[in-house]
Write a protein that binds this ligand. Structure first.
Ligand code: HEC
Length: 138
C-alpha cells in the first residue's frame, strides 16, 4: 500500500516534470507577432510609386497631395474624414496648399476609405443576421 502510494507520487512528479519540460513544444500559443498582423490586415494592393493603396481615385490624390511632400505623410497617418479635412485646411492656411475645388470630395473619399483610424488595427465587423436559438436545458 505504502509502496504503491510512493510509486504513484513518483509517476505524478515525473508527469509534471515532463509536461513542463515539453510544454513549449507541445503547446504553442496562438499569438501572431505585431508585424505579421499589420501585413495580414493590410492586404490591399499598393501603388509602387507612392506606396498608397491603389484605387480609382488614387490618380487624383497623387496629383493633389504628393507634389510637396512624401506620400508617406499620408500613408503613415490615420484620420477621420473631418480630421483629413482639417489637415487640408491647415496646409491651406500655412503651407500654400491650393483650393482643391471639386476634387476635395474625391480626395477625402479616398482618404476616409483607406486611411481612417479604424482601418489599421480593426477587428472584424459585428455579425449581423444571427439566428439565435434557445438553449435546450435538460
Ligand atoms: C503646397 C504643398 C502641399 C501640398 C500640395 C500638400 N501638402 Fe501636405 N503638407 C505640406 C507641408 C509643408 C507639410 C508639413 C510637412 C512637415 O511637417 O514636414 C504637410 C504635412 C502634411 C501632413 C502631416 C500633418 C501633420 O499633422 O503632421 C499630412 C497628413 C498631409 N500633409 C497630407 C496632405 C494631403 C492629404 C494632401 C493632398 C490634399 C497634401 N498634404 C498636399 C504641404 C503640402
Amino acid at each position: 500500500m505504502k509502496l504503491r502510494g510512493t510509486t504513484l507520487l513518483g509517476v505524478l512528479i515525473l508527469g509534471i516534470f515532463l509536461l513542463s519540460a515539453f510544454h513549449q513544444t507541445l503547446y504553442t500559443p496562438p499569438t501572431t507577432p505585431a508585424t505579421e498582423l499589420a501585413v495580414a490586415s493590410d492586404t490591399l494592393k499598393k501603388d509602387p510609386d507612392t506606396g498608397l493603396v491603389i484605387d480609382d481615385n488614387l490618380m487624383m490624390v497623387k496629383a493633389q497631395c504628393t507634389s510637396c511632400h512624401s506620400p508617406k505623410l499620408i500613408s503613415q497617418n490615420r484620420f477621420t474624414r473631418d480630421g483629413w479635412r482639417q489637415k487640408i485646411r491647415w496646409m491651406q492656411a500655412n503651407h500654400n496648399l491650393w483650393d482643391l475645388g471639386d476634387t476635395e470630395k474625391v480626395v477625402l473619399d479616398y482618404l476616409e476609405k483607406y486611411y481612417a483610424p479604424s482601418q489599421s488595427y480593426s477587428r472584424r465587423a459585428p455579425l449581423t443576421n444571427i439566428e439565435w436559438y434557445p438553449l435546450k436545458l435538460k
